[in-house]
Design a binder for this molecule. Structure first.
Ligand SMILES: Cc1ncc(COP(=O)(O)O)c(C=O)c1O
Length: 395
């Protein structure tokens, strides 16, 4: 079975992914069934996307009902679930903002950069266009979000890139880099792809105040941290800040592609300044409403916090037991990372985990990353860590 899938892929799909030699055909909760009939525990949720787990009946019923009525009309017409979804997102954030709907994290960040650039053009005397980002950030794969991603290894080809992206070594260095042309600072509060690296709360708060005093926009990329991944609806709430622009994607659609950029600078973009054929259509926005309703209930019931603490404890036990392999344990909520002593050991751990049928992720050079479904059960957690323990012991 896998052989045929591999052959077809080699013949017809561009080889941009170094894929694990596995394919799945169904899933339920945090369990995935491979095409070869093996059951896996999923501690990755498709890189933080399947927030309600696999095979969610809430998502299935929403899709079926919406598909039987209407999937898409384009943004030429009003889309009732789109504005309902925007209302829900804004209410959950607690910010006074408005939303634009896109289809992915990169696209949401493109929107954020466009809002900032236009703000820099029309507000103030000199044209301001520079966006400062942090080393080891990840903001997407389009030409400008790739350039915003401060990882030089990703800039080897594809140039010339758009001008105006400046990289800070760390949050401390941002102040030195500000000049008359700076319009925004874009950061992840917990760098995801960069290695599950949380920023320091006091430093972020000080940055927020500094930027406000200079009318420089604070863009928080919550593509990975958002939608309850770090315990609150937004990591920005955890950090007690009020950004000017926030982006979301991944867990918002529970597997249906959707991205959002929301901003308090709601009069910057006008008719014709931005658009998307698919963005916020009936399918994606109705599913996002269902996902948000369910996650809001789940958070309010106390279950999300309970399961997050349970998961964290398990990661911590593993980390302590294998202190020869691990050097640090980081993250919030259900976004967890364990720094492995070196990159080779990490790839051995991930390969062994697959042998023992548990899916985990790599982040940065040497971080073992966990992004389980937010609705994972204690039984699934126990089983996953049992398998991981076998994988570690067999190293
Ligand atoms: C923080 C962050 N921003 C942006 C992106 C890009 O999102 P997408 O792959 O949906 O374009 C990612 C994806 O991993 C991400 O983690």
């Amino acid at each position: 079975m896998l052989e045929k899938i591999r052959e077809k892929e080699m013949e017809f799909v561009l080889p941009t992914y170094a894929r694990v030699d596995l394919a799945f055909e169904s899933g339920s909760g945090a369990k995935l069934l491979s095409v070869d009939g093996e059951e896996f525990i999923d501690f990755s949720s498709g890189i933080g996307v399947a927030s309600l787990g696999h095979g969610s009946s809430i998502i299935k019923d929403t899709i079926c009902l919406q598909a039987s009525k209407l999937l898409h009309t384009s943004n030429l017409y009003h889309i009732p679930p789109q504005s309902e979804c925007a209302k829900k997102i804004v209410e959950l954030s607690g910010y006074s903002m408005k939303c634009f709907f896109a289809n992915s994290g990169a696209e949401a960040n493109e929107g954020a950069i466009k809002i900032a650039r236009k703000y820099g053009e029309v507000e103030g005397r000199a044209k301001r266009y520079k966006v400062i980002t942090l080393e080891n950030s990840f903001h997407g794969r389009t030409i400008s979000t790739l350039k915003a991603t401060a990882q030089s290894s990703m800039h080897n080809y594809f140039g010339p890139f758009p001008d105006g992206f400046v990289y800070a070594k760390d949050i401390d260095e941002i102040e030195e880099l500000l000049d008359d042309h700076t319009v925004a600072v874009m950061i992840e509060l917990v760098q995801g792809e960069g290695g599950v690296q949380p920023l320091d709360r006091a430093q972020v708060k000080a940055l927020e105040l500094l930027l406000k005093s200079k009318d420089i926009l604070l863009i928080i990329d919550e593509v990975q941290t958002g939608v309850y991944r770090t315990g609150e609806f937004l990591a920005s709430q955890l950090y007690d800040i009020t950004p000017d622009i926030v982006t979301l994607a991944k867990g918002l659609g529970g597997g249906v592609p959707i991205g959002v950029v929301m901003t308090s600078k709601s009069s910057v973009l006008g008719h014709g300044d931005h658009g998307s054929t698919f963005g916020g259509n009936y399918l994606s926005s109705s599913v996002a409403i269902a996902v948000l309703d369910e996650l809001e209930r789940y958070k309010q019931s106390g279950l999300l916090d309970e399961i997050s603490i349970y998961f964290e404890q398990k990661v911590h036990n593993m980390y302590q037991k294998h202190s020869d392999l691990f050097v640090e344990h980081l993250g919030f909520g259900l976004m967890r990372g364990v720094r492995v002593r070196d990159a080779k050991t990490l790839s051995d751990i991930i390969a062994n985990a697959i042998k023992y049928r548990v899916l985990v992720l790599k982040a940065g050079r040497n971080t073992l990353r966990f992004l389980p479904p937010l609705t994972i059960t204690k039984e699934e957690i126990d089983e996953g860590f049992k398998r991981l323990e076998s994988a570690l012991s067999a190293l």
